[in-house]
Design a protein around this ligand. Structure first.
Ligand SMILES: [Zn+2]
Length: 411
């Protein structure tokens, strides 16, 4: 794989060329097969920095091309030996040219999507600037996803009043299958990486919560994942980001989506929270994401489910089948708390799961190892917030995390 960044006005354009052994079908770090649609993309920045450290250019490119790279990657400037080592150890690729010096920075920014998880992060870090990724169309790829209202999300981000950088990019259209999206989850950070020297970034905070970090997320059902390759500090991506002087920071990595929902709804950014990618004047209320988040919000607010979605709708079909489910811990949490859940689209799931308030109480507190893995400069702030606003899991509750997916953990 050979990658080149060129400046085009206020944008940086990435071109990548496959080597003979590379393939247009590859795998994301979470195992998802990905097919490439096209070999270039652009990242529009509010201002193009005069110089971007070669490690930042290289890592930003790597978030796009990693799935399709087999043995070697050649960047357009000399990377530091530390980044080359991280790519060799994490992916088994030979990366070069090598010869640059490492970089570092001091500030922590929030990779801000506007969803409940990232609003919770924003509430914990009131002084941190936001970097928001906005999807735009690609000149060579037809956009069949016009219902995806990235413009609405960007406007909501502007209404937060926080220091904000909006990065507009078509990089999701480098992906043909399964659908346009980030080639690696970390591609959302491509713009933040290119601006990291300008913003003096030493860390980037993401809204990945307990389920994504420790319970396998959507893709690894029911599995305790301390060595998560995407988000563990000692995982391949964690080491690559650290080598480029931008540490991955997961301020809400120890708490469930029930806690992030509560923090978001109680925060001053409540009016700007939006997890739905479809609605214009508000969430659409009918997509799968809206249905899932409504269950969590209803549980947090201790009220009946408000939805027009019936059990025969495609988005509700999986809840009519037996578990396991992606995000099952939150389905258990919701089913245990929403009044009258038996009569809703989650009624059958509630019956299968048999969860109770007691069996899901651990999801109201913070898993202590998630705070211990926060890089030192920001650990105390996160720890103190969790101690004051959430509270920590007991040893027995922490064992629920660590036995998730085993017979003991699922009941
Ligand atoms: Zn929706």
């Amino acid at each position: 794989m050979r990658v080149t960044w060129t400046t085009e006005g206020d944008a940086m354009r990435l071109d990548f060329r496959l080597d003979a052994e590379d393939s247009i079908t590859g795998f994301c770090a979470d195992g998802q097969p990905l097919k490439m649609a096209t070999n270039s993309c652009r990242v529009e920045l509010p201002r193009v920095p005069r110089e971007v450290h070669p490690d930042l250019r290289a890592l930003a490119a790597w978030t796009v091309v990693a799935p399709w790279t087999r043995r070697t990657v050649t960047f357009d400037g000399p990377i530091s030996p530390g980044l080359a080592a991280a790519l060799a150890e994490g992916w088994g690729v030979e990366a070069g040219p090598v010869g640059g010096t490492p970089r570092s920075g001091d500030r922590l920014a929030v990779s801000y999507s506007g969803g409940a998880d990232s609003v919770a992060v924003a509430a914990m870090l009131p002084d941190a600037p936001f970097v928001h990724f906005q999807r735009v169309s690609h000149p060579r790829v037809p956009n069949r996803w016009t219902h995806y209202r990235a413009d609405v999300l960007a406007r909501l981000a502007e209404k937060t009043g926080r220091e904000l950088t909006v990065v507009r990019s078509d990089l999701e259209f480098t992906l043909a299958e399964p659908r346009p999206g980030y080639p690696e989850h970390h591609a959302v950070a491509a713009g933040a990486l290119l601006l990291a020297d300008e913003l003096d970034l030493g860390g980037l905070a993401f809204g990945y919560e307990l389920g994504s970090r420790w319970l396998g997320g959507d893709r690894y059902l029911l599995r305790y994942t301390p060595d998560n390759p995407m988000w563990a500090p000692h995982g391949a991506w964690g080491r690559a980001f650290a080598a480029a002087g931008v540490h991955i920071v997961l301020p809400v990595g120890g708490v469930s989506e029930a806690v992030t929902m509560r923090l978001a709804l109680n925060s001053s950014l409540r009016e700007q929270v939006r997890w739905c990618l479809r609605g214009v004047d508000g969430p659409c209320g009918t997509c799968g994401k809206c249905l899932y988040k409504e269950l969590i919000q209803a549980a947090v607010e201790r009220r009946p489910l408000r939805t027009a979605v019936g059990p025969k709708r495609p988005v509700a079909r999986k809840w009519q089948e037996p578990p396991p489910y992606g995000g099952q811990e939150m389905i258990e949490y919701g089913c245990a708390r929403v009044p009258g859940v038996e009569g809703t689209v989650f009624g059958r799931a509630a019956g299968f799961l048999g969860a109770t308030e007691a069996s899901t109480a651990w999801l109201d507190r913070c898993y202590p190892p998630a705070v211990e893995e926060i890089p030192e400069p920001w650990r105390k702030q996160v720890h103190d917030f969790m101690a004051a606003e959430v509270g920590f899991m007991s040893r027995d509750e922490a064992r629920r995390v660590e036995s998730w997916g085993t017979a003991q953990g699922s009941r």
